[in-house]
Design a protein around this ligand. Structure first.
Ligand code: HEC
Length: 165
Protein backbone atom coordinates (compact mmCIF):
# COMPACT_ATOMS: atom_id res chain seq x y z
CA UNK A 1 0.00 0.00 0.00
CA UNK A 2 2.68 2.38 1.12
CA UNK A 3 4.90 1.19 -1.68
CA UNK A 4 2.46 1.96 -4.52
CA UNK A 5 1.50 5.27 -2.95
CA UNK A 6 5.07 6.46 -3.42
CA UNK A 7 6.08 4.37 -6.37
CA UNK A 8 3.35 5.28 -8.86
CA UNK A 9 3.79 9.05 -8.61
CA UNK A 10 7.54 8.57 -8.81
CA UNK A 11 7.30 6.53 -12.02
CA UNK A 12 4.84 9.05 -13.46
CA UNK A 13 7.20 11.94 -12.68
CA UNK A 14 10.19 10.14 -14.20
CA UNK A 15 8.18 9.30 -17.32
CA UNK A 16 7.05 12.89 -17.64
CA UNK A 17 10.60 14.18 -17.28
CA UNK A 18 11.84 11.69 -19.87
CA UNK A 19 9.14 12.74 -22.32
CA UNK A 20 10.01 16.38 -21.74
CA UNK A 21 13.71 15.69 -22.27
CA UNK A 22 12.97 13.81 -25.51
CA UNK A 23 10.77 16.63 -26.75
CA UNK A 24 13.50 19.19 -26.08
CA UNK A 25 16.08 17.02 -27.86
CA UNK A 26 13.79 16.69 -30.89
CA UNK A 27 13.07 20.39 -30.96
CA UNK A 28 16.79 21.21 -30.82
CA UNK A 29 17.60 18.72 -33.56
CA UNK A 30 14.90 20.14 -35.80
CA UNK A 31 16.03 23.68 -35.19
CA UNK A 32 19.60 22.70 -36.02
CA UNK A 33 18.56 20.91 -39.23
CA UNK A 34 16.35 23.83 -40.28
CA UNK A 35 19.25 26.22 -39.90
CA UNK A 36 21.59 24.00 -41.88
CA UNK A 37 19.08 23.47 -44.68
CA UNK A 38 18.42 27.19 -44.88
CA UNK A 39 22.11 28.01 -45.08
CA UNK A 40 22.68 25.38 -47.74
CA UNK A 41 19.71 26.02 -49.96
CA UNK A 42 18.45 29.53 -49.70
CA UNK A 43 20.93 31.89 -51.38
CA UNK A 44 21.52 29.78 -54.48
CA UNK A 45 17.92 28.82 -55.09
CA UNK A 46 16.71 32.37 -54.65
CA UNK A 47 19.25 34.07 -56.89
CA UNK A 48 18.69 31.64 -59.73
CA UNK A 49 14.94 32.16 -59.44
CA UNK A 50 15.32 35.94 -59.39
CA UNK A 51 17.54 35.73 -62.48
CA UNK A 52 14.96 33.65 -64.28
CA UNK A 53 12.38 36.31 -63.49
CA UNK A 54 14.66 39.13 -64.63
CA UNK A 55 15.34 37.37 -67.91
CA UNK A 56 11.68 36.59 -68.47
CA UNK A 57 10.43 40.12 -67.76
CA UNK A 58 13.32 41.72 -69.67
CA UNK A 59 12.32 39.84 -72.80
CA UNK A 60 8.70 40.84 -72.45
CA UNK A 61 9.83 44.42 -71.87
CA UNK A 62 11.66 44.20 -75.17
CA UNK A 63 8.62 43.05 -77.14
CA UNK A 64 6.21 45.51 -75.57
CA UNK A 65 8.69 48.42 -75.77
CA UNK A 66 9.59 47.69 -79.39
CA UNK A 67 5.88 47.65 -80.24
CA UNK A 68 5.55 51.05 -78.52
CA UNK A 69 3.04 49.65 -76.02
CA UNK A 70 3.68 52.05 -73.16
CA UNK A 71 1.23 50.52 -70.69
CA UNK A 72 2.52 46.98 -71.11
CA UNK A 73 6.19 48.06 -71.13
CA UNK A 74 5.57 49.98 -67.91
CA UNK A 75 4.05 46.86 -66.37
CA UNK A 76 7.10 44.70 -67.20
CA UNK A 77 9.50 47.39 -66.06
CA UNK A 78 7.65 47.42 -62.75
CA UNK A 79 8.10 43.64 -62.47
CA UNK A 80 11.83 44.08 -63.13
CA UNK A 81 12.03 46.77 -60.46
CA UNK A 82 10.25 44.53 -57.96
CA UNK A 83 12.68 41.68 -58.55
CA UNK A 84 15.60 44.11 -58.29
CA UNK A 85 14.18 45.37 -54.99
CA UNK A 86 13.99 41.84 -53.57
CA UNK A 87 17.65 41.15 -54.37
CA UNK A 88 18.74 44.51 -52.95
CA UNK A 89 16.81 43.97 -49.71
CA UNK A 90 18.04 40.40 -49.28
CA UNK A 91 21.68 41.57 -48.97
CA UNK A 92 22.69 38.39 -50.77
CA UNK A 93 26.20 37.05 -50.42
CA UNK A 94 27.42 34.32 -52.71
CA UNK A 95 30.95 32.91 -52.95
CA UNK A 96 32.17 35.82 -50.86
CA UNK A 97 30.62 38.36 -53.22
CA UNK A 98 28.02 40.92 -52.28
CA UNK A 99 25.43 40.22 -54.98
CA UNK A 100 23.06 42.95 -53.80
CA UNK A 101 25.81 45.56 -53.92
CA UNK A 102 26.81 44.45 -57.43
CA UNK A 103 23.22 44.73 -58.57
CA UNK A 104 23.00 48.22 -57.09
CA UNK A 105 26.01 49.19 -59.21
CA UNK A 106 25.27 47.43 -62.49
CA UNK A 107 21.50 47.25 -62.81
CA UNK A 108 19.85 50.00 -60.75
CA UNK A 109 21.10 52.98 -62.85
CA UNK A 110 19.95 51.46 -66.16
CA UNK A 111 16.56 50.52 -64.70
CA UNK A 112 16.10 54.11 -63.50
CA UNK A 113 17.01 55.36 -66.97
CA UNK A 114 14.50 52.96 -68.52
CA UNK A 115 11.80 54.28 -66.17
CA UNK A 116 12.33 57.76 -67.66
CA UNK A 117 12.05 56.38 -71.19
CA UNK A 118 8.89 54.39 -70.49
CA UNK A 119 7.30 57.41 -68.82
CA UNK A 120 7.25 59.18 -72.18
CA UNK A 121 4.85 58.59 -75.02
CA UNK A 122 6.25 56.60 -77.96
CA UNK A 123 9.16 55.47 -75.75
CA UNK A 124 11.90 57.57 -77.38
CA UNK A 125 15.15 55.70 -78.05
CA UNK A 126 13.82 52.51 -76.48
CA UNK A 127 16.21 50.20 -78.38
CA UNK A 128 19.34 52.06 -77.25
CA UNK A 129 18.27 52.09 -73.62
CA UNK A 130 17.28 48.44 -73.80
CA UNK A 131 20.76 47.59 -75.04
CA UNK A 132 22.21 49.61 -72.14
CA UNK A 133 20.05 47.61 -69.72
CA UNK A 134 21.37 44.30 -71.05
CA UNK A 135 24.93 45.63 -70.98
CA UNK A 136 24.33 46.24 -67.27
CA UNK A 137 23.14 42.63 -66.82
CA UNK A 138 26.23 41.27 -68.58
CA UNK A 139 28.69 43.52 -66.79
CA UNK A 140 27.28 42.24 -63.49
CA UNK A 141 27.65 38.65 -64.70
CA UNK A 142 31.31 39.44 -65.40
CA UNK A 143 31.77 41.11 -62.01
CA UNK A 144 30.10 38.14 -60.28
CA UNK A 145 32.43 35.68 -62.08
CA UNK A 146 29.64 34.40 -64.33
CA UNK A 147 30.85 35.91 -67.60
CA UNK A 148 29.74 32.73 -69.40
CA UNK A 149 26.15 33.91 -68.94
CA UNK A 150 25.51 36.47 -71.66
CA UNK A 151 22.11 37.91 -72.43
CA UNK A 152 21.26 39.56 -75.71
CA UNK A 153 18.44 41.42 -77.41
CA UNK A 154 15.90 38.72 -78.35
CA UNK A 155 16.08 37.86 -82.03
CA UNK A 156 12.67 36.29 -82.35
CA UNK A 157 9.45 36.42 -80.45
CA UNK A 158 9.22 33.47 -78.07
CA UNK A 159 5.86 34.34 -76.53
CA UNK A 160 3.40 33.53 -79.29
CA UNK A 161 0.65 33.21 -76.66
CA UNK A 162 0.57 36.92 -75.82
CA UNK A 163 -0.21 40.15 -77.67
CA UNK A 164 2.51 42.82 -77.26
CA UNK A 165 1.28 45.51 -79.68
C1 HEC B 1 24.47 40.78 -59.18
C2 HEC B 1 24.72 41.05 -60.54
C3 HEC B 1 23.76 40.55 -61.56
C4 HEC B 1 22.86 41.31 -62.28
C5 HEC B 1 22.62 42.80 -62.17
C6 HEC B 1 22.19 40.41 -63.17
N1 HEC B 1 22.63 39.13 -62.99
FE1 HEC B 1 21.95 37.49 -63.96
N2 HEC B 1 23.10 36.31 -62.79
C7 HEC B 1 23.97 36.75 -61.80
C8 HEC B 1 24.57 35.60 -61.14
C9 HEC B 1 25.59 35.64 -60.02
C10 HEC B 1 24.02 34.46 -61.78
C11 HEC B 1 24.28 32.99 -61.42
C12 HEC B 1 23.20 32.58 -60.43
C13 HEC B 1 23.47 31.26 -59.79
O1 HEC B 1 24.60 30.98 -59.43
O2 HEC B 1 22.49 30.53 -59.58
C14 HEC B 1 23.12 34.95 -62.81
C15 HEC B 1 22.39 34.13 -63.67
C16 HEC B 1 21.63 34.58 -64.72
C17 HEC B 1 21.02 33.72 -65.74
C18 HEC B 1 21.17 32.21 -65.81
C19 HEC B 1 20.02 31.58 -65.10
C20 HEC B 1 18.86 31.28 -66.02
O3 HEC B 1 17.73 31.56 -65.61
O4 HEC B 1 19.08 30.77 -67.13
C21 HEC B 1 20.34 34.53 -66.59
C22 HEC B 1 19.58 34.13 -67.84
C23 HEC B 1 20.50 35.89 -66.11
N3 HEC B 1 21.29 35.88 -64.99
C24 HEC B 1 19.90 36.98 -66.71
C25 HEC B 1 20.02 38.29 -66.22
C26 HEC B 1 19.36 39.43 -66.81
C27 HEC B 1 18.44 39.43 -68.02
C28 HEC B 1 19.76 40.51 -66.07
C29 HEC B 1 19.41 41.96 -66.27
C30 HEC B 1 18.05 42.37 -66.45
C31 HEC B 1 20.64 40.03 -65.03
N4 HEC B 1 20.78 38.68 -65.16
C32 HEC B 1 21.24 40.83 -64.09
C33 HEC B 1 24.26 38.06 -61.49
C34 HEC B 1 23.59 39.16 -61.99
Amino acid sequence: MNFSRHFVPLIATVALLLALWAAIQLWQLRHHLDQQTEALLEPEVELAVYMQQLHHYAQKLHWSGTAGNQQLASFYLHELEETEEKVLEAELMEDGQNISQLMRQHLSPTLKQMRLVVAQKDLPDFARHYQALLTGCNSCHRAAKHDFIQVQVPTREAFSGQVFE
